[in-house]
Write a new protein. Structure first.
Length: 162
């Protein structure tokens, strides 16, 4: 092996040139015969009869009402989750405040404290669960609408129409 800079003769295992100090990179391993690069085996993305590579046919959006409902569900997810979290925090604070008040006929002492804190934590977890469930439900609606739209685009491309 020779150094590409100074042409000094080097052993095949050399990592750098002993004469000029150039770092040598290992040559790329040879590919087995009959194996070509991945991009050579797969046709260009979006290349279909009648469409140049990289150009997608345009299809109109369908299901406008369903998209509107998905947006409403997302808004409701935020509202319901926020209300439940605020209510849970208020319950925790009320339960903690009940232990500092004087004893009255309505106060149960530690039971009110733990009931408020535990009930508030349950409401917090429930609020987060409601938010995640509703938000994920609206996202699933978008997933199915996107699948339908991509199916129409693929059909348009494969049919070769412009």
């Amino acid at each position: 092996m020779k150094c590409p800079v100074c042409n000094a003769e080097l052993p095949p295992t050399a990592k750098f040139c002993g004469g000029c100090g150039t770092t040598l990179s290992a040559p790329p391993p040879p590919q087995p015969p009959g194996v070509e690069a991945f991009h050579e085996r797969i046709p260009a993305i979006n290349a279909a009869p009648g469409y140049p590579a990289g150009v997608r046919p345009t299809v109109h959006k369908k299901y406008k009402v369903l998209r509107f409902i998905a947006v409403l569900i997302k808004i409701f997810a935020f509202l319901a989750g926020a209300i439940m979290v605020i209510a849970g925090l208020a319950m925790i604070v009320a339960g903690a405040a009940s232990s500092t008040r004087g004893t009255t006929s309505f106060d149960s002492g530690p039971a009110a404290f733990f009931g408020g804190v535990v009930g508030g934590l349950i409401m917090l977890v429930y609020g987060v669960f409601i938010f995640i469930f509703l938000y994920a439900y609206s996202e699933w609606m978008y997933v199915f609408m996107d699948i339908e739209e991509n199916t129409r685009i693929t059909n348009e491309m494969l049919s070769g129409r412009k």
